[in-house]
Design a protein around this ligand. Structure first.
Ligand code: NDP
Length: 813
C-alpha cells in the first residue's frame, strides 16, 4: 500500500498508548480511601464501589463509598483548615497553586492515561486538551490569589465549599472548581462523579506532594445519594458549586433555598451551531466534528443543533456525511481514534433511547457504514435531518454523539431558531462576514458565543449559562466572585429586615429625635397629627401608565401610630402577569445606548429633586423618622441615581487574550426581566437603589415596593412619567409583598428575582425560582444600611444586574 493509498483511505493501524503506568498506579493504591486532612481514610460504611473502563466494559478500580458520616468528618476538617487558610496571605496561596500547576504538568502523562481509562475519552483529548487546561487553570488562579488583596478589596472568602462535579471532564471540572476556591481562600470538600473518580484521587496525591495544609482539599468518592446530598444539606457548608444535569441542579436549588448557602450551577445545554451561506464549508465540517463528536458529544456546550442556511444545506450535509464515514472510533488509549467510548452502559442506553425516539418522531437518521467495537460502550456518530424544532431530539440534551440539523433562511430566523430552547450555555456562528457574525452574537441567549470556532476554553474567559443552563461563571475575574462575599456582610449586626408585628420599619439608621433640627433646616415643624392624610388614588404603574388593580381592591397604608395615611392598589397575579408582559415588550431597552440610559437616570434624579420636600415629608409621614433623617434619605437617593447613571456607560466588558490567535470579548449583558421585592427599611432609598442599577444595565423590571411604606414608590409614578423612560421599563405593582414575590418567582418569563424581605420569604423565592432556574439575589432576612455606599450601591448591584457573555473571535489566516 502506498503512502497515497493510506492518505486516501486513512486505513492506518492502531497507535496505542501504554495503559501500564495507569494500571500500576491503580494497583498500588486500591482499594482507594477517602482523602481527608491530607490522609487516606477508610469509609465509615466499609463499602467500596467498582469503577469500569468504558473502552472495555471491565472493572478498573475499587474506590471508597463515603456516606454522611464521612461528610461530617470532611466538612469539619475543611472548617478547621479554613481558620488558617482563609487568613493565609495571597502570595502564600499563590505559591501553593503554582506548585499544584507544576505538579500537574509533571504527572501529565499519568493523569491523561488515567482519565482515558476511567472515562473512555480519547488520549488525544486528555493529553492535548484536558490536562493542559487543568494546569493553565491553576497557573491563572495562582495569579488571582496573588492579586486578591489589591483587586478584590472589601471581599473575603465564603468559607467551606462543597463541590460536586460530573463525569464528562473529571479533572478539568475539578480544576474549574478547586482553583478559584483555593485562590480566594476557601477550603473544599469535593465529590467526583461516581463513574470517574480516579484523576481526582491522583490530584489528592498531588496535594500531599506539594504540602498543601491538611483539610484545605478533601475528596470524597461515593454515590450521589450518600455524599452529594449530604454535602448539599450540610449546615456548615457555605457554598455549593455544582456542574451536572439541569434536573439535579434544580433539586439542589430547592434543597439549599433559604439556607444562605451561595450557589453556582453549571447545567445542561442544547447549543446551536449556526452556519451562514458564506461560511467556509470545509472549516465548518471540522468545526462540527469538534462541536459534537469531541468527547463523544458528552459536553454540556456541545454544538448539538446544526442550523444551516437553506441554500447550502444539501452541500454541507453531504460533506458532513463523507467526513463522518472517515471518523474512527475505538479504545480511548489508541492515539489514532477520533471518538472514544461512552462513559457507561446506562448513558449508552439513554442515548439509544433518545435516538429511537427521534426516528419515531419522523426525523431521518444517518450513521456511517462502519460498525462500532462490540466490547465496551460505543455509539456511532449520528446525524438527524428533517428535524422539526419542537421534537424531543431538537429540545432535549442527548449528551452523546448525536447531531440534529435544521435549516433557516434569514439571520433573524437563525436567531429565533437558535434561541428556541430552554437552555443558554453556548452557541457557535460561522460566517466569513464578520459584520454578520458580530451582529448575531449579541442576539443569542448564551453565555459563550464562538465565532468561526467552537469548544474553545480558557481560564481567563468565564464560562457559564443563561436561562436553564444555570448561573455563575467559572474562569475569568467574574468567576472569582462566586467564591467571595462582601466583608461588610459578616461585620453587620444582624437585624431582621421586616418586623412581624408593628409598623415601624427597622434596620434604619438611628432615628434622630429632632423637631429642633427640622427648625434648624428652615422647615416648619411637621407632625402627622396637624395635617389631614393625603388621599391617593390607589393605582399600579404598568406599561408607562397608571393602571387600576385587577382586583378592584385597595389597602390602607398606616403611619407608625397606626393611622391611615393613604391607600395603595391591591395587586394580584393578573397584574403581575400584565407587568411582566409589559416588561418583556420593553426589552429593546437593553439595546438602547448606554449614554441614553445614563441620561434618563439623570432626568429621573432631576424630576425627583424638584419634589424633594414632598418626598422628605412622605418618608417622615410613613416612618415617623425625623425630617433631617428623611432628607438624608432623599439626598442619598439622588446621589444613587447619579452613581447608576455614571456606571451606565462605564460598567463595561473586557477583552481577554487567551493563548490563541484571537480575542475573547467578555460583554456584560442585561439579564432580561428582573422581578424585585423592596425592603421596608428606607422606603425611597431602598426602592431607588434597586431600580437604578437594574435599569442602568438595560434590564426591564417589575418592582414591588415596601409593603409597610409603599407611598414613596407610588409617588415616583409621576417622576417616571416625566423622565422619558420608555413604557414598560419600570412597572410597579403594590400589595402583599410576599404573595406578589411568589407569583414573580413562579413566572417562567421572569429571568431573575431580587428579594429584600424576610428569611422565610427569601427561602420561598429561592425555592420557587428553581422552576426555570432564575437567578436569585435575596437577603435572608438581613437588613442593609442603604445609606452606606458599599451596602447600597456597590459593584455587587451591577454584577447582579448583568451576565457575562464571552464571544470568541479568532483571527489570522
Ligand atoms: P448528574 O447531574 O446526575 O450528576 C452530576 C454530579 O452530581 C455527579 O457527581 C453526581 O453524583 C452528583 N449528583 C447526582 N444527584 C445528586 C443529588 N441529588 N445531590 C447531589 N449530587 C448529586 O448527571 P448524570 O451523571 O446522572 O448524567 C445525567 C445527564 O445529565 C446526562 O445524560 C447529561 O444530559 C447531563 N449532564 C450534564 C452535564 C453538564 O456538564 N452539563 C454533566 C453531566 C451530565 P454521581 O456521579 O454519584 O451520580
Amino acid at each position: 500500500m502506498s503512502v497515497m493509498d493510506i492518505f486516501e483511505t486513512m486505513e492506518y493501524g492502531p497507535a496505542p498508548e501504554s495503559a501500564t503506568p495507569g494500571l500500576d498506579w491503580i494497583k498500588e493504591h486500591q482499594p482507594f480511601g477517602l482523602f481527608i486532612n491530607n490522609q487516606w481514610a477508610k469509609p465509615a460504611s466499609g463499602q467500596y464501589l467498582d469503577t469500569i473502563n468504558p473502552s472495555t466494559g471491565k472493572p478498573l478500580a475499587q474506590v471508597a463509598a463515603a456516606n454522611s458520616a464521612d461528610v461530617e468528618v470532611a466538612v469539619s476538617a475543611a472548617r478547621d483548615a479554613f481558620e488558617l487558610w482563609g487568613k493565609t496571605p495571597g502570595h502564600v496561596r499563590a505559591r501553593y497553586l503554582y506548585a499544584i500547576a507544576r505538579h500537574i504538568q509533571k504527572h501529565s502523562r499519568l493523569l491523561a492515561v488515567l482519565e482515558s481509562l476511567d472515562n473512555g475519552k480519547t488520549i488525544r483529548e486528555t493529553r492535548d486538551l484536558d490536562i493542559p487546561l487543568v494546569a493553565r487553570h491553576f497557573y491563572y488562579h495562582a495569579g488571582w490569589a496573588q492579586l486578591m488583596a489589591s483587586e478584590l478589596p472589601g471581599y473575603e472568602p465564603v468559607g467551606v465549599v462543597g463541590q460536586i462535579i460530573p463525569w464528562n471532564f473529571p479533572l478539568l471540572m475539578m480544576a474549574w472548581k478547586i482553583a478559584p476556591a483555593l485562590a480566594m481562600g476557601n477550603t473544599v470538600v469535593l465529590k467526583p462523579a461516581r463513574y470517574t473518580p480516579l484523576t481526582a484521587l491522583k490530584f489528592a496525591e498531588i496535594c500531599q506532594e506539594v504540602g498543601l495544609p491538611p483539610g484545605v482539599v478533601n475528596i470524597l468518592t461515593g454515590e450521589a445519594s450518600q455524599v452529594g446530598e449530604a454535602l448539599v444539606r450540610h449546615p456548615d457548608v457555605n457554598k455549593i458549586a455544582f456542574t451536572g444535569s439541569t434536573d439535579v441542579g434544580r433539586g439542589i436549588r430547592r434543597a439549599t433555598a433559604g439556607s444562605g448557602k451561595k450557589l453556582s450551577l453549571e447545567l445542561g445545554g442544547k447549543s446551536p451551531f449556526i452556519v451562514f451561506d458564506d461560511a467556509d464549508l470545509d472549516s465548518v465540517v471540522e468545526g462540527v466534528v469538534d462541536a459534537i463528536w469531541f468527547n463523544q458529544g458528552q459536553v454540556c456546550c456541545a454544538g448539538s443543533r446544526l442550523l444551516v442556511q437553506e441554500n447550502i444545506a444539501d452541500r454541507l450535509i453531504e460533506k458532513l456525511r463523507n467526513r463522518m464515514e472517515k471518523l474512527r472510533i475505538g479504545d480511548a488509549l489508541d492515539k489514532a481514534v477520533d471518538i472514544g467510548a461512552i462513559v457507561s452502559a446506562v448513558q449508552l442506553q439513554e442515548i439509544q433511547r433518545l435516538v429511537n425516539q427521534g426516528v419515531e418522531e419522523g426525523a431521518v437518521m444517518w450513521q456511517p457504514s462502519w460498525a462500532c467495537p462490540t466490547e465496551g460502550f460505543y455509539f456511532p456518530p449520528t446525524l438527524f435531518t428533517n428535524v422539526s424544532p419542537a421534537t424531543t431530539i431538537a429540545q432535549v440534551e442527548i449528551f452523546g454523539p448525536v447531531l440534529v440539523s435544521m435549516t433557516f433562511r434569514t439571520p433573524a430566523e437563525a436567531v429565533a431558531l437558535a434561541n428556541n430552547t430552554r437552555y443558554g450555555l453556548a452557541a457557535s456562528v460561522w460566517s466569513d462576514n464578520i459584520n454578520l457574525a458580530l451582529d448575531v452574537a449579541p442576539k443569542l441567549k448564551a453565555g459563550t458565543v464562538w465565532v468561526n470556532c467552537t469548544n474553545m476554553f480558557d481560564a481567563s474567559s468565564g464560562f457559564g449559562g443563561y436561562r436553564e443552563s444555570g448561573y455563575g461563571r467559572e474562569g475569568g475575574k467574574e468567576g472569582l466572585y462566586e467564591y467571595v462575599r462582601p466583608s461588610w456582610e459578616t461585620q453587620r449586626i444582624d437585624q431582621p429586615a421586616s418586623p412581624s408585628n408593628g409598623h415601624t420599619p427597622v434596620g434604619t439608621p438611628s432615628i434622630a429625635t429632632e423637631t429642633d433640627e427640622q427648625h434648624e433646616n428652615g422647615h416648619a415643624a411637621f407632625s402627622s397629627t396637624t395635617l389631614p392624610p393625603i388621599d391617593r388614588t390607589p393605582k399600579l404603574f404598568i406599561k408607562g401608565k397608571q393602571e387600576r388593580p385587577d382586583s378592584g381592591y385597595s389597602r390602607d397604608v398606616y403611619d407608625p401610630q397606626h393611622r391611615v395615611i393613604g391607600q395603595i392598589g391591591e395587586g394580584n397575579r393578573k397584574d403581575i402577569r400584565n407587568a411582566v408582559e409589559a416588561a418583556h415588550a420593553a426589552s429593546g431597552w437593553a439595546n438602547s445606548t448606554t449614554h441614553n440610559r445614563a441620561q434618563i437616570l439623570y432626568y429621573i434624579a432631576e424630576n425627583l429633586a424638584i419634589r424633594e420636600d414632598e418626598f422628605i415629608r412622605r418618608i417622615v409621614q410613613q416612618t415617623g423618622r425625623s425630617y433631617k433623617d428623611a432628607a438624608a434619605e432623599v439626598q442619598t437617593s439622588l446621589s444613587r441615581l447619579f452613581t447608576c447613571a455614571a456606571w451606565a456607560d462605564k460598567y463595561e466588558g473586557t477583552v481577554h487574550r487567551p493563548p490563541l490567535r484571537g480575542v475573547v470579548l467578555a460583554m456584560k449583558e442585561a439579564i432580561g426581566v428582573i422581578g424585585i421585592a423592596c425592603p421596608d427599611e428606607q422606603p425611597l432609598l431602598g426602592f431607588i437603589s434597586l431600580v437604578a442599577p437594574a435599569i442602568a444595565m438595560g434590564n426591564t423590571i417589575v418592582i414591588i415596593p415596601s409593603e409597610q411604606a409603599p407611598l414613596s414608590a407610588t409617588d415616583c409614578y409621576q417622576v417616571f412619567e416625566t423622565s422619558d423612560i420608555p413604557a414598560g421599563v419600570v412597572n410597579i405593582v403594590t400589595g402583599d409583598r410576599d404573595a406578589l414575590a411568589q407569583v414573580l418567582s413562579d413566572h417562567d418569563d421572569v429571568d431573575a428575582i431580587w428579594y429584600f424581605g424576610t428569611a422565610e420569604g427569601s427561602q420561598r423565592v429561592e425555592m420557587a425560582s428553581a422552576g426555570n432556574m432564575k437567578r436569585t439575589w435575596v437577603n435572608y432576612g438581613h437588613s442593609r444600611n442603604w445609606l452606606v455606599p458599599i451596602q447600597g450601591e456597590g459593584e455587587e448591584f451591577l454584577r447582579e444586574a448583568t451576565q457575562v457573555k464571552n464571544i470568541w473571535v479568532p483571527y489570522g489566516e
